[in-house]
Design a protein around this ligand. Sequence first.
Ligand SMILES: Cc1ncc(COP(=O)(O)O)c(C=O)c1O
Length: 396
Amino acid sequence: MNLANRLKAIKPSPTLALNAKAKALVAQGVDVVSLAAGEPDFDTPEFIKQAAVDALRQGFTKYTPTSGIQELREAICAKLERDNHLTFAPDQVLVTVGAKQALYNAFQALLNEGDEVIIVAPYWVSYPDMVQLAGGKPVFVETREEDGFAPDPDAIRKALSPRTKALVLNSPSNPSGAVFSRAALEGIAQAVRGHECLILSDDIYEKLLYQGQFLNIGNVAPDLLSRLVVINGMSKSFSMTGWRMGYVAGPKWLISGMQMIQDQSTSNAASFAQKAALAALKGPQDIFVPMVEEYRGRRDLVVDTLNAIEGVRCRRPEGAFYVLPNVSGLFGRSYKGTPVTGSVQFSEILLNDFRVAAVPGAPFGAEGHIRMSFATSREQLNKGLERFRELATALR
Ligand SMILES: Cc1ncc(COP(=O)(O)O)c(C=O)c1O
């Protein structure tokens, strides 16, 4: 018996695989520093947990509408208005099992065989595979570190074709932490104006911003609102990765199609988790302040330490909780007699011999780089960075 052909095009998630390997080593008693995880190390705020407990106690444990409970969809619309100045009606909103399901359903609902989706590199590893699972073709737009990883509008124009159905934007970005400026967003908007594609804006790291104000492309290009799809969720902002709560707002025709996919797959996201998300969105919004301050301190610690290592160059990210140091200056040097030539090999040595889990840049479309998360304690960061430095100096 064989697996379906559609699986041939996709790869296992490298971040999940690396995390699993690091966890297996820890289980064997190996002292591994994990800088691979894409999740906050803070606990879910107590008032959010309490809302779920209350919901469970009150017996709110049954199916809900697939699209999510009405009051949550209303709260999502209120949040989008309050925080993002974007207007959506509750019937333009779908509550999903994490932002991941929102993206997956969008591609499933939108793409025919061979339809193209433009993805700005470096990109979150799951976008290309999700596109391919839906029969689509990812088309990558390369960016440059020195441009802050913002896409050149001309490169987007060149990538557009009659088959382009969507452009995916992710700012703040996983893996680079880059935040697109107003000018960059205006440039992107200008590039897609003459073309009918949707814009999928993955705003999941919206609250983790170290400078300026969060901007969605809809804020700088109101004329594109009718084809804007906003994807967001509770995972990163509210430290709720395990709750699997995401949402999407967009054109009604697309949301209806996505709901049909969800009707025939998961149905609704967990009922009591929806009540927790409701409490989170309606609760105090200053909970982000101390969290962002702590992340900022860690970011500076990591960036400054990395930049002091010969052969390593690290851009200071404006958002999210990742750094993407350029380690290509170390390539060509040898470790134990073997030349190190790429990020995958570098990450393998780092984990196997120096007990630090960090994800290679290659699967993010960022060869020459390593992605490291600073969503862990300063103690762990210092230990991981010291081991990283040991590897860099061991390369000759
Ligand atoms: C850019 C980006 N989008 C979406 C997600 C999915 O988040 P979740 O499904 O936990 O809401 C992640 C998680 O790592 C991410 O990094």
